[in-house]
Design a binder for this molecule. Structure first.
Ligand SMILES: Nc1ncnc2c1ncn2[C@@H]1O[C@H](COP(=O)(O)OP(=O)(O)O)[C@@H](O)[C@H]1O
Ligand SMILES: N[C@@H](CCC(=O)OP(=O)(O)O)C(=O)O
Length: 379
């Protein structure tokens, strides 16, 4: 069976769980991390196909920290878990750095919390950093910033973080590698009659019933967090594959179109999902008025809004905020994400892109609102 979801994906988030990266609790599995690094490098180079952008979300800090501290049992005390994560993260980052460098790849450590991604400014900063790293061909290796949070550490869930990162970078796909071949109709450790699920719709409520509680003692999230992560990733149009991380060449074969693991399909396309999200969730922070020429380009040709067509700017918005685009009569034409803050936009009104650097001191996008981030308003 061939699946086009991963074959067509250009930007992919790969999440590796604790149960896998630590090889049943015996510290980090160097050979496995070497294997994934080799495959990530092949994906980024585009061996035998097109180059992909990949972000790695990897657990393993607590397990590696426990080993380094000589602890056999997982501590109950939250601050001890945090301390173990801080110790272990050194080893985790070091191992990815070494293994990716051996493949000729640059890597970068990024530590995030869920709260970082709920804060608009931090969200935009994390997004810009990650997109810049991807443009530079560097593989970001992400984990939770366990020092500053306790909720996530209690639950031990990097699946949610993987989904949030997929939303953040607008990935086409999220690949969750774990210690099972994929999702079964019940926990295969407990129910030998459990059937394998090849494909389902992400967000189908029936899936949540199949995913019992947490699995191993090392990782704690279990399959339910993977199902919820797939639902969340689908919110920005990314489909999810849950697959066995020790399947030979798993990543390479997935992007080759082989149907490995469980595919949880996002019901809406990436572009549609983004537009829906903008239309539903965001508050207007300002507006720009455009001349008749720009209004026609937007309404009739679905083009991006360029500053040269703008005549006035209202409000005090920042880059990344949602603004309205109005015609000279004051009717709303569209809403979209501003590439420039209000103060910059005022300087750019009526100006061609060749003058942006002189006016702002730097060059960024040529559009005020890119067409991918623009939703036409219903007349
Ligand atoms: N329906 C299910 N299908 C597959 N695995 C399940 C299911 N329900 C629960 N599990 C358990 O979830 C475990 C994987 O979760 P977890 O140990 O948290 O992995 P990771 O560390 O990779 O996030 C499996 O080993 C399995 O026992
Ligand atoms: N961030 C922590 C724990 C995260 C965790 O265990 O998550 P998961 O792999 O989803 O079970 C770590 O690196 O050990």
């Amino acid at each position: 069976m061939v699946s086009s979801v991963l074959r067509d994906a250009r930007r992919i988030v790969v999440k590796v769980g604790s149960s896998l990266v630590t090889n049943e609790g015996r510290g980090l599995d160097e050979a496995a991390i070497g294997e994934w690094s080799r495959q990530l490098a092949a994906l980024v180079r585009g061996d035998g196909g097109v180059p992909r952008e990949v972000v790695m979300v990897s657990s393993g800090a607590i397990a590696e920290g426990m080993k380094r501290l000589g602890w056999v049992a997982r501590p109950q005390e939250i601050h001890e878990l945090q301390a173990a994560a801080a110790v272990g993260q050194m080893g985790l980052a070091q191992m990815y750095e070494t293994k990716l460098r051996e493949q000729g790849m640059g890597s970068a450590q990024v530590l995030l919390t869920h709260a970082d991604l709920a804060d608009r400014e931090r969200y935009l900063n994390a997004r810009s950093t990650l997109l810049t790293l991807l443009r530079l061909g560097v593989v970001p290796v992400i984990n939770e910033n366990d020092t500053v949070v306790t909720d996530e550490i209690k639950f031990g869930d990097n699946d949610t973080l993987g989904a949030l990162v997929a939303n953040l970078v607008e990935a086409d796909a999220l690949v969750i590698l774990t210690d099972q071949k994929g999702l079964y109709t019940a926990d295969p450790r407990r129910d030998p009659a459990a059937q394998f699920v090849h494909e389902a719709n992400a967000g189908d409520p029936a899936l949540e019933a199949m995913a019992g509680g947490a699995g191993s003692s090392i990782g704690k999230g279990g399959m339910i967090t993977k199902i919820l992560a797939a639902k969340r990733a689908a919110g920005s149009g990314a489909s999810t594959v849950i697959a066995w991380g020790r399947e030979p060449d798993v990543l390479v074969r997935l992007v080759d179109g082989q149907a490995l693991g469980t595919l949880l399909v996002a019901p809406t396309q990436k572009k549609q999902a983004r537009k829906q999200w903008m239309a539903d969730h965001l508050q207007l922070r300002g507006a720009v008025t455009v001349d008749a020429g720009a209004a026609a380009k937007l309404r009739e040709e679905g083009k991006s809004l360029l500053p040269i067509g703008m005549t006035a700017v209202e409000g005090d918005f920042s880059r990344g905020d949602v603004i309205a685009v109005r015609d000279e009569a004051g009717s709303e034409i569209a809403r979209g994400l501003a590439n420039y803050a209000a103060a910059e936009a005022r300087l750019l009104c009526r100006k061609p892109s060749s003058e942006f650097e002189k006016l702002l001191g730097y060059t960024a996008e040529t559009e005020m609102v890119h067409r991918d981030n623009l939703v036409l308003s219903v007349a």
